[in-house]
Design a protein around this ligand. Structure first.
Ligand code: NOJ
Length: 759
């Protein structure tokens, strides 16, 4: 927010200040209190408020480079001197209390610390990785899990989580795909808002409200070739149309902080990009909170070749609009002198400090510095049975049934002998996913344990590892094949280790490691029916016997209750209802790959392939498209109707269709509405998702799904960054994935009344 002092004063004089922090306006007295504090602060104390350091008061082990970490004694001294305003990535109430007492009782101004951490998909109870949860296509579920995470994190002495990650990720080589909601802007925007609402709750001052920090601003997911920390070269239109909307949605839901991306955009590192962090973020997007740098990202301006030295880097970052420097210590080391020398105006510092203190004020820290620091909450609110039940539910709803010959669900009454083969059958080190470092290691439910708990006779289960994740084991494949021969059915648990996705884990191919593919081929050669249980943090390109197995389930990293949830799906206790938030291509080389691609001038039509936009070995379709996911029952979508085929400029049309459960089991389907703008002043994607609706039906039951579409749903970023809708013909599909579906067309008319010929 560009803080306008006159506006503040005017508002203060009128008795209240409309600073809508998640529904709460700061009172005039609170604004005055911040102003009075700032008036008393030295420039060093101001730079201290703008500094966030790793929390050595409590156990710290998250996945960042081990640089600049101080021991508790040295850090305590910094807090005492007011040289730090925020600590991050430590958990535990005892340490939080020690730190906060020093800040409040021993520092000159007694300003409480903000305590932050990466709680991405769980603290102790681990929920599915965000990408998996996005497969639920159910933002309400994400809101519930975010709320549960907030309750645990705030009980462990945290005020803020560096989440949700709202980067749209279109290249599956990029390891951080796992942290977001996938490739789609609309779905990503729904999940961004839901997660912010869930983390923050209804009242920011409550002890269990956790501030959200949607990240990484902006377009981090567009790094070239999926290379982590890489460069982004992007058109202004794509930046605005694809990468900004989830941030807008998160801010509209009340997020008060964000984090600048590590990457550069069009030659300027985000951390030093004033046009991005100030003009666009605050000027255009009206963001009102404060901006964190990413971990040592200000210092990294030197390696980028953008800053001469540390001092220059601090200057560039603060002038660009980074309010809080994470971990480098550059602000506390250089801002005081930069201000004294006139290189950075005091006004810039005051604005940043004010933003930070407003956020502290908004969460009630000044009235109760010990909020979220409660021994009782820590004892009672973490890893409760209710939360584990939610983790199991969320995990079950994240599993995507990619294909099924009819082999699933398994019928326990048949007493089939099951061979569980593969490196993930009994593995507990790769259940949680790459961003769950506070979870108790080895405590999650693995697949074998989940199956045993679900099988009436666990003796019917045999287990063979076959190979390691990345290597063959001596005699492993042969032993596995023997176990398979003695079984009726094979569950083959294959995939990626959890350190093959996440930060700094880009891959060049998105395939199963060769030893696992060899194992799969040997198992398939026995002729036994095979169900593949994939573990992964991204879309994969599947080949050979894996792709042709009788059934394939995308099970991602599902968290604490993974094994139970997988068994729930295998035995049909839970009907699969998830949909892919990322397209699975035929081959790695198709990446970046996403369903809302452009037509090109030579699309493949009617199987005509010569001189067409395709690869030599595959056309550019998906093996499993975005939005795809099967159920154990069958749904039919029929009778698509539009209330009018003429959409007038200021009106809406209603789109309806009838969904029927034609199978013999209760199940859920997600009806998806896509459009295509046929002719526009900027070419439009072949499809764009505009609405989703989840419907649960009993066997034989039908329901009419209804969507309303208006001009604003048809808008895009046109030349000069104008958001426009253009009159003309539109395709519309209502379907069960981003391919196929019921088709209709309508026309948008610029006139308020459609011409008679169209009526
Ligand atoms: C670096 C990551 O990019 C960011 O997402 C995370 O929040 C910080 N490290 C803090 O751990």
């Amino acid at each position: 927010m560009t803080i306008d002092r006159r506006a503040f004063l005017a508002a203060a004089l009128s008795g209240s200040f409309a600073f809508p922090f998640a529904g709460r306006a700061l009172a005039a007295t609170e604004v005055e209190r911040v102003d009075a504090l700032i008036a008393r602060m030295t420039v060093e104390e101001k730079a201290g408020q703008m500094t966030c350091l790793t929390d050595s008061f409590r156990p710290y082990n998250p996945p960042n480079p081990q640089v600049g970490i101080q021991d508790e004694k040295r850090l305590a001294e910094e807090v005492r001197k007011g040289r730090v305003g925020c600590l991050f990535n430590g958990i535990g109430v005892a340490g939080a209390r020690r730190a906060q007492e020093i800040a409040v009782k021993e520092s000159r101004l007694g300003i409480p610390l903000l305590l932050a951490g990466d709680v991405i998909h769980g603290l102790k109870t681990i929920f599915p990785v965000p990408l998996a949860e996005a497969a639920s296509f159910d933002p309400a579920l994400a809101e519930r899990t975010a709320r549960a995470m907030a309750q645990e994190a705030s009980a462990a002495g945290l005020h803020l989580t560096f989440a949700p990650m709202v980067d749209v990720a279109r290249d599956q080589r990029w390891g951080r795909v796992v942290e977001g909601s996938g490739e789609d802007v609309y779905l990503g925007s729904l999940f961004a808002a839901a997660r912010v609402r869930g983390f923050q709750g209804r009242d920011l001052r409550r002890d269990d409200s956790l501030l959200a920090c949607p990240k990484h601003f902006a377009a981090y997911g567009a790094v070239a070739a999926g290379l982590e920390y890489g460069s982004v070269d992007i058109s202004e239109e794509t930046l605005r149309e694809t990468h900004l909307p989830p941030f807008g949605s998160a801010f509209a839901a009340g997020a008060l902080t964000t984090m600048a991306a590590f990457s550069e955009i069009n030659g300027v590192p985000a951390t030093a990009d004033r046009e991005l962090l100030t003009d666009l973020l605050r000027g255009e997007m009206k963001f009102r909170g404060f901006v964190f740098s990413d971990y040592t990202a200000d210092e990294e301006l030197i390696a980028h070749g953008f800053a001469e030295d540390e001092r220059d880097a601090a200057r560039l970052a603060v002038l660009a609009g980074v309010d809080m420097s994470m971990q480098s210590g550059l602000y506390i080391r250089h801002l005081p002198d930069l201000v004294k020398s006139g290189a950075v105006p005091m006004g810039t510092i005051d604005v940043a400090v004010r933003r930070i203190l407003y956020v502290k004020m908004a969460i009630g820290l000044f009235d109760n510095p010990y909020r979220s620091i409660s021994e009782e909450a820590e004892r009672t609110r973490i890893a409760t049975p209710a939360r584990h039940a939610l983790a199991r539910e969320a995990a079950g709803r994240s599993i995507v049934l990619l294909q099924n010959s009819g082999i699933l669900p398994l019928d326990p009454a048949k007493r089939q002998k099951i061979a569980l083969i593969g490196p993930f059958g009994e593995d507990r080190d790769n259940l949680y996913g790459p961003w769950a470092f506070y979870g108790e290691k080895g405590k999650g439910v693995d697949i074998a344990a989940g199956l045993r708990a679900a099988m009436p006779d666990p003796a019917l289960l045999s287990i063979g590892k076959g190979c390691d994740i990345m290597a063959l084991i001596d005699g492993g494949v042969a032993q596995a094949v023997e176990a398979v021969k003695a079984a009726d059915i094979v569950l083959l648990a294959l995939g990626e280790s959890q350190d093959m996705s996440g930060e700094a884990q880009s891959r060049t191919v998105i395939e199963l490691p060769p030893p696992q593919q060899m194992l799969a081929d040997a198992v398939a050669a026995t002729g036994k029916p095979v169900v593949i249980l994939l573990r992964h943090g991204r879309a994969l390109a599947l080949h050979g016997s894996v792709a042709s197995a009788q059934a394939v389930l995308a099970t991602w990293f599902l968290g604490s209750e993974a094994g139970h949830a997988i068994a729930d799906i295998l035995f049909g206790r839970v009907d699969p209802s998830a949909k892919l938030p990322v397209s699975f291509p035929w081959e790695s080389g198709q990446e970046p790959f996403f369903y809302d691609r452009k037509s090109t001038g030579r699309p493949v039509i009617d199987n005509r392939t010569e001189y067409r936009a395709r690869y030599m070995t595959t056309d550019n379709s998906a093996r499993y498209p975005f939005g795809h996911g099967l159920s154990y029952t069958r749904f039919a979508l029929e009778n698509l109707k539009l209330s009018d085929t003429a959409l007038r400029w200021d009106r809406a049309i209603e789109v309806t269709a009838r969904l029927t459960n034609k199978g013999d089991r209760r199940g859920s389907e997600v009806v998806q509405l896509y459009i295509r703008d046929r002719v526009a002043s900027r070419t439009r994607p072949v499809r764009e998702l505009k609405r989703i609706e989840r419907v649960t039906l009993d066997p034989g039951e039908s329901r009419t799904v209804r969507f309303s579409l208006s001009r604003t749903d048809l808008q895009f970023v046109g030349s000069g960054n104008r958001i426009i809708a253009e009159p003309g013909l539109f395709d519309l599909w209502l379907g069960q994935s981003s391919e196929g579906g019921l088709h209709a067309q309508f026309t948008l008319y610029a006139e308020a009344v459609a011409p008679a010929s169209a009526r």
